[in-house]
Design a protein. Structure first.
Length: 502
């Protein structure tokens, strides 16, 4: 698209608003879950499905959603996704029982899987100037990264002062404003569409494979890694995804053209970002429990406790990442960014029952946010690095997929490590706990020890993500790449498809 769209900055407002709605939803429901569970009579065994139903539908259908956006047109997919997400949110807020709630959450996931890649690929075809693109994705990246923490604050406020149902109803005004604005402001080039017939075998194999993978990790969290069904899910996922890759190499119009995966810069982004999200999701979870259960914070106070991370993310994304993206190679932002986040995690391994929030948690969250924000910015930029316009939607969906799968893996893996460490701590120290007070203190110490043990793993995972970014991502700064260079960077400039992600 050679002509610059004069309404692109207005369009960014509405695209970012829709993204904020989807990201908020990932955490806002967590805060409301205990109240909703009690009101609707959801059993302890089934309460995880309020989260899992959304994750399965969203993670499993993202590639399909990205391909639909390429086929229908991104604006149309964006609007359908918004309206559908709002309707599903109303159903969730009005739920009168377990079945209606779980159905609404799955429906939210379905429309979220259509909305997220459409939003990303719209930005990819609307912002073509290198410096403008850096600013646009800096803003978008700050929202994508910090929105989850904002969800804790909003979820706490709505649950504590209104009603848990408003954590669903709050999506409706977001969706109305974003849809109305998008309808009148967004304009996309028709030549960017991919009108090839839909790859039905690819859709079925990828969806079933991803659902099996996400469910395997989710089940491992509650049933253990040696559970027969857990193992069966992992084996089934490997077979299905292997068959998917074979299918994609043979069909004429694949759902996921392998050229999207095999370019080393994009591959490096998908892999390093997925690993970083594994570490980050675990931190959200542990810190929420630590602050509420061990430190006795209220839901609202817990939400506000995450503010330093939001400040760090916004600063890293808009002031460091966006400013340097056109001047330095992406790996020189992503690699150090993940390492700074790892230092923040390293501080959290020192958590104790009486740790000071101001002296330990606050600087840790600032460093975590600053590092992630700086790294996310160029990562988002490289998500559609060098792709043809017709592949922009599915390339964007791959980043969302790596994040969703990373989130599911992170929650299950780190939770299991924490639970094992907690059990081991109790077994080793239970002899001296003879009174009720001593047992209560032991339980709290064991919990904190478990969180610290899992956080050490998160530190290691971030270091690996940094190493992958330094090793695999070799492209230079976007503005320094001449169109005639003949490599993939040149292709990027020629087709004017920027960069994206979640």
């Amino acid at each position: 698209m050679s002509e610059t769209d004069p309404r692109r900055w207005k369009a960014l407002i509405f695209i970012a608003l829709a993204q904020l709605m989807v990201v908020l939803d990932a955490t806002i429901v967590n805060i409301a879950l205990p109240s909703a569970q009690q009101d609707l009579g959801i059993s302890d065994g089934n309460r995880q499905w309020v989260i899992t139903a959304y994750a399965l539908a969203f993670g499993g259908l993202l590639l399909f959603g990205g391909r639909i956006a390429d086929l229908w047109g991104r604006k149309r997919a964006f609007l359908v996704g918004l309206v559908g997400f709002a309707v599903a949110s109303v159903l969730g807020g009005a739920a009168n029982g377990e079945a209606m709630m779980l159905g609404a959450r799955a429906l939210q996931g379905v429309f979220g899987a259509l909305l997220a890649p459409a939003a990303l690929s719209l930005l990819a075809v609307m912002f073509t100037d290198g410096k403008e693109r850096a600013k646009a994705f800096g803003i978008y990246g700050a929202i994508a990264g910090g929105g989850g923490a904002v969800g804790f604050i909003l979820g706490g406020l709505l649950t504590e002062y209104m009603d848990w149902r408003w954590t669903f109803f709050v999506n409706v005004p977001f969706a109305i404003v974003a849809a109305a604005g998008a309808y009148f402001v967004i304009r996309e080039p028709a030549e960017g569409r991919n009108r090839s017939p839909l790859d039905i075998p690819g859709v079925l194999l990828s969806t079933l494979g991803l659902v099996a993978l996400v469910y395997g990790f989710t089940r491992a969290e509650s049933a253990g890694w040696s559970d027969a069904l857990t193992i069966g899910m992992f084996v089934g996922s490997a077979v299905l995804l292997g068959a998917f890759l074979v299918t994609e190499s043979k069909v004429k119009a694949p759902l996921l053209p392998l050229r999207v995966l095999t370019e080393r810069n994009r591959g490096g982004v998908y892999l390093s970002l997925g690993l970083a999200v594994i570490a980050m999701f675990g931190t959200f979870l542990f810190l929420t429990y630590y602050l509420q259960i061990v430190q006795g914070f209220s839901p609202v106070k817990t939400g506000f406790a995450f503010l330093p991370m939001i400040v760090g993310m916004i600063t890293g994304s808009t002031q460091i990442g966006a400013r340097l993206m056109t001047r330095v190679a992406p790996r020189l932002l992503m690699g150090p960014g993940f390492l700074v986040a790892a230092v923040g995690m390293l501080l959290l391994t020192q958590m104790e029952i009486g740790s000071s929030y101001a002296a330990l948690v606050l600087p840790a969250l600032l460093l975590l946010g600053l590092g992630m924000g700086t790294a996310f910015m160029p990562a988002m930029s490289l998500a559609t690095h060098g792709v043809e316009p017709r592949d922009a939607g599915v390339a964007s969906a791959m980043v969302n997929t790596s994040q969703q799968v990373g989130g599911a893996i992170g929650t299950a893996l780190l939770n299991t490590i924490a639970a094992s460490a907690t059990t081991a701590y109790v077994a080793a120290h239970s002899a001296g706990a003879n009174t009720a007070a001593a047992k209560q203190l032991l339980a709290a110490q064991a919990q904190v020890d478990g969180y610290a043990a899992a956080t050490w793993w998160a530190v290691g995972i971030l270091v690996v993500a940094s190493a992958i970014a330094f090793t695999l991502i070799t492209t230079g700064a976007p503005s320094s790449t001449p169109a005639a260079s003949g490599d993939t960077e040149g292709v990027e400039d020629e087709v004017r498809i920027p960069v994206v992600a979640h």
